[in-house]
Design a protein around this ligand. Structure first.
Ligand SMILES: [Zn+2]
Length: 369
């Protein structure tokens, strides 16, 4: 291949396979950019924000994730399968092949890697407390058990409804589980899951610090912002993992399905008072949905996404829909029949569970040609 400008010596030695992977990484980045531009993620055509994105070529960080296929990276697992602690990799680098690099992980992860790794691996370098640590992120293909079926799924009792919300991240129609979730991750939780205040308090505090740093707008403030953003994302993912794990475990144990609101367009749909807006937008409900979905699939638990319209305003006793039924964030009193809900979010979850059988029947019905 002839290039008008000579390439740096280190890239000239680049193996053909590694070069292909680099080319694809660049092509993928531009495909993603094009689709984001198309969906309006960088603003409307002509806007300053959009022009700024379009004017600059995509830059790759020197320590950005790098994909490797089986020809550039090989995994050698330890022979001893009883104490599955890891093995070593041999990896292509611009300075030749590096062999016998130890890798380790949790025993269940290593076992999964041994049996089910397929396709490419990403090499990610992260600076953790000043030390550069290498992570290998491998993809695995796991056969999923068929989702359980049964007559009980035709009734709302066969489902755990999950209400996602601003104050309390997730509340279920299952009462004991709802109380547990409210006590650990709810707005009123005294200590929260991590023992450092409720999730909501922590988000509020994070937002305040973030705004302060953004106003400062100095180089060190920007650096701190980046570090904090990563920390916040890790915290959110951790909470999402805990919540989804708990809900799926309960559904699996009791043989029920999971009903969750269809999250498409949640930000546009939910109208919030201003102080709530930032907290809400910064929580990744989409990620919680993804975690719930894959954990449910892995456990053979059926999961449906129901239309969330009016689930917070509808009386479960008489079906009356009225915005004024919800007298406060946590209270629900029906204007028509006087029914009082234990907790407004649990009522929302009940309404979601009530819609599950119909949605499930639709999704499992043999599609008419
Ligand atoms: Zn009512």
């Amino acid at each position: 291949m002839q290039s008008p400008t000579p390439w740096p010596a280190s890239t000239l030695d680049c193996g053909a396979q590694a070069a292909q992977l680099c080319i694809r990484k660049v092509a993928d980045a531009y495909t993603t950019l094009a689709s984001n531009l198309g969906s309006g993620r960088h603003g409307v055509p002509g806007s300053t924000r959009r022009q700024k994105v379009q004017a600059h070529p995509i830059r790759f960080r020197s320590l950005g994730a790098q994909p490797f296929d089986d020809r550039c990276l090989s995994w050698i697992h330890d022979a001893d399968t009883d104490t599955d602690t890891g093995g070593s990799v041999s990896i292509w680098t611009v300075d030749g092949r590096l062999k016998n690099l130890r890798f380790t992980g949790k025993p269940d992860q290593i076992a999964l890697l041994r049996t089910s790794r397929r396709g490419e691996t990403d090499l990610v370098l992260r600076r953790c407390r000043g030390t550069l640590t290498a992570f290998l992120i491998a993809s695995v293909v796991v056969p999923e058990p068929l989702a359980s079926t049964g007559a009980h799924l035709h009734s709302s009792d066969g489902w755990i409804g999950v209400d996602l919300g601003v104050e309390n991240i997730a509340v279920t129609s299952d009462r004991p589980l709802a109380r547990e979730l409210l006590a650990t991750d709810g707005a009123g939780a005294p200590d929260g899951a991590a023992g450092r205040g409720s999730v909501k308090d922590r988000r509020t505090r994070n937002r305040e610090v973030r705004q302060k740093l953004q106003r400062k707008n100095t180089k060190s403030a920007k650096r701190l912002l980046r570090i904090r953003a990563r920390k916040e994302a890790r915290f959110a993912a951790d909470v999402n993992h805990q919540i989804s794990k708990r809900i799926v475990a309960e559904a699996e144990r009791t043989g029920r399905g999971i009903a969750v609101e269809d999250l498409t367009g949640i930000r546009e749909r939910v109208r919030l008072r201003k102080p709530q807006r930032a907290t809400h937008a910064s929580w990744t409900f989409a990620q919680l949905g993804v975690f719930l979905t894959y954990k449910a699939a892995r456990a053979g638990v059926p999961i449906v996404r129901v239309d969330p319209a009016y689930t917070s305003q509808r009386c479960t006793a008489c079906g009356h829909v009225d915005k004024r039924n919800r007298t406060s964030q946590a209270e629900f009193v029906c204007r028509d029949c006087g029914f009082t809900a234990e907790h407004a979010d649990i009522l929302g979850a009940d309404n979601i569970a009530l819609r599950a059988p119909a949605t499930w029947a639709q999704s499992t019905a043999p599609s008419a040609a």
